[in-house]
Ligand binder design. Structure first.
Ligand SMILES: Nc1ncnc2c1ncn2[C@@H]1O[C@H](COP(=O)(O)OP(=O)(O)OP(=O)(O)O)[C@@H](O)[C@H]1O
Length: 317
């Protein structure tokens, strides 16, 4: 995908504003960004649902604009909103999808049975989509996306709304697909999910790609090797942030939560060099000197979330 731009009619800004990336066969690629960043639009263009404004988008070497039919034959989609056919049962949805994609009649039933089994849905084959739980419906949509043996599978927020168990199940299936050679492109606003599933992650905001690398490399690229979270009351966050940033060994300080007028604690995160404990006394002294009181302290290691905060100056959730 090169210099992709999408501007919706009447919009004042581009929903996708010049994004370029390439995904290798068998790779799991995560598009990460806050609501409205342009992830779904990007997937929409790649899956031929949204018409691009400019740039070039190909899937498995096929240009989605000039050969949308060819592109649809090699890609599978798991959309953000469930779109199962309620006039068919679970297995019927799979078989119909295979027919639509030209899978030979004799293969449709056995393939549907196999995918239902892989998604843990064998006993739901005859169930109407209306009677499936959210997690079951999501698994059925993943099965449907695989019925025509796509080379590239697009998953738009595959685990939003799922309970932790269903989420893990979906994560395992994604890893299994990639191990079997399917290229997976997924969107999420869950940093942990992106870090866990993706070989590489692209961080998107305001329609632009801010960073692209392996989760480990993105985190390693941050200055500071540990984090110290301080929950503080009794002092303004902006001056405190500056004071903390000046403490020796501190690589950067962000305000994660500004607190409330009514005295709710603010949370600041300092990224520090070396061990978190070594920087702690200096940080606590500065809070006291600023007239603040520390209610809680948390020590940790930087994550993708810190990469995002560093790039955009704000948290995702
Ligand atoms: N059909 C549409 N018509 C007009 N504007 C749209 C349309 N779809 C999306 N947008 C706008 O384009 C921008 C990007 O939206 P998009 O859905 O791609 O973001 P996203 O990163 O997928 O967000 P989310 O995490 O909420 O799904 C937003 O500002 C949104 O309001």
């Amino acid at each position: 995908m090169a210099d992709l731009v999408k501007r919706y009619p009447k919009a004042r800004t581009n929903a996708v504003d010049g994004i370029s990336f390439a995904v290798a066969p068998g790779e799991v690629f995560g598009l990460l960004g806050p609501n409205g960043a342009g992830k779904t639009t990007t997937i929409g263009v790649l899956t031929t649902r949204v018409r691009k404004t400019a740039g070039r988008a190909t899937v498995a070497g096929i240009d989605v604009a000039t050969d949308p039919v060819g592109a649809r034959a090699v890609l599978g989609v798991v959309p953000q909103r469930p779109n199962l056919d309620r006039s068919l049962d679970a297995k019927g949805n799979l078989v119909w999808h295979a027919a639509y994609h030209g899978v030979p009649r004799s293969q449709r039933g056995p393939l549907a049975d196999e995918l239902l089994a892989r998604m843990g849905l064998t006993d739901k084959a005859d169930t109407n989509p209306d009677e499936l739980s959210g997690g079951q419906a999501q698994r059925l949509i993943i099965a449907r996306g695989l019925m025509h043996d796509p080379q590239v599978l697009f998953l738009d927020e595959p685990s939003t709304g799922l309970d932790p168990q269903a989420r893990l199940f979906v994560h395992d299936r994604v890893a299994e697909l990639a191990a079997g050679g399917v290229t997976v492109v997924l969107t999420t606003h869950d940093m942990d999910e992106a870090a866990k599933l993706s070989d590489r992650v692209g961080i998107v905001d305001h329609g632009r790609l801010l960073a692209l690398d392996t989760p480990a490399a993105l985190v390693a690229g941050l200055s500071g090797s540990a984090t110290v979270d301080l929950d503080v009351v009794g002092t303004g966050t902006t001056p405190l942030r500056e004071r903390l940033a000046a403490v020796r060994g501190t690589a950067g300080v962000e305000v994660l939560d500004a607190g409330t007028q009514e005295g709710g604690a603010a949370r600041l995160r300092a990224r520090v060099d070396g061990e978190a404990g070594a920087a702690l006394p200096g940080l606590l002294d500065e809070v006291a000197a600023a007239g603040g009181r520390v209610l809680d302290v948390g020590l940790g290691e930087p994550t993708l979330e810190d990469v995002f905060i560093d790039l955009t100056g704000r948290g995702l959730r």
